[in-house]
Design a protein around this ligand. Structure first.
Ligand code: 0L1
Ligand code: MG
Length: 264
């Protein structure tokens, strides 16, 4: 019996990606079967996918940026940053084990996380106006889990797939962004006690505030504003690392504290 062909459109693409996540089954890029999937349509797929999660009871808690650092862009061979949605179902407690039994092939990356005190709406947002809307800053770790085989995709695929989002941890140290130079904030990433990568906040678009401005301005193109109280993950500072059973993944920041997740 041959596999039924999918009739590709925004709805079928969103459901295909939700099914891949739910059944922990990675698949070939959608663009291999739907070569006309362009970026604007891919964002419609992303929005549809999240609308279905919200309908199922999840709550939007913020947004993330992906591919904001050269380390990540070079690894994925894509040089455009992108935005995606965060929901409450993605929150992982600091130190908690990564629920690998529910995931396909998780990887982890350190991030600088903002919590907004004011609404932020593009266009025309600069790094300075973006920072004025930030109430507090934290260290974070993001667990990404592409629904595509070997994390291989074109930009529209990964946009549709909500930028490989899976889980994230926010650290316990809250800082006032006015007290820190986030471009100089350094981070050591360790796996099982060995340092595997290091970076400073400048790795993220020169300054995480530039990433926040980019998010506000690109979301504005879809008529979306960032709301007060939302979290913003500004993008991996370093390349993402694989989760290894029994090994802790630790991001040690100079001023934002240390965030830990455990490989199962
Ligand atoms: O958070 C991210 O940077 C994910 C962007 C998508 C590419 C990837 O899966 O690494
Ligand atoms: Mg990330």
């Amino acid at each position: 019996m041959s596999t039924p062909q999918i009739e590709w459109n925004v709805e079928t693409a969103a459901q295909t990606l939700l099914d891949a996540e739910g059944s922990r089954t990675d698949r070939h890029p959608i663009t291999a079967e739907w070569p006309d999937l362009d970026l604007a349509t891919a964002y419609r797929v992303q929005d549809e996918l999240i609308a279905r999660k919200v309908q199922a009871g999840e709550k939007i808690v913020g947004v993330k940026l992906g591919l904001t650092s050269r380390a990540k862009q070079q690894r994925m061979n894509i040089d455009s940053p992108l935005t995606a949605w965060l929901t409450d179902a993605m929150v992982l407690e600091a130190g908690a084990p990564i629920p690998t039994e529910k995931l396909i092939h998780p990887r982890v990356e350190p991030e600088i996380v903002f919590v907004l005190k004011d609404r932020l709406e593009g266009p025309g947002v600069t790094a300075a106006t973006a920072m004025a809307a930030v109430g507090s800053v934290y260290a974070g770790l993001e667990v990404i889990d592409s629904r595509f085989i070997d994390f291989k995709f074109a930009l529209p695929d990964v946009v549709a797939d909500n930028a490989s989002s899976s889980r994230f941890v926010v650290g316990g140290v809250e800082r006032d962004p006015k007290e820190l130079d986030l471009a100089l904030e350094s981070c050591l990433l360790q796996v099982g006690g060995s340092v595997v990568a290091s970076a400073t906040g400048a790795a993220v678009q020169g300054h995480p505030a530039e990433a926040l401005a980019l998010a506000a301005n690109s979301l504005a193109e879809r008529g979306i504003a960032l709301e007060a109280g939302w979290l913003v993950l500004t993008g991996g500072l370093t390349d993402a690392v694989f989760v290894e059973p029994g090994k802790q993944i630790v991001a040690e920041f100079a001023n934002l504290g240390t965030v830990i997740v455990a490989g199962e």
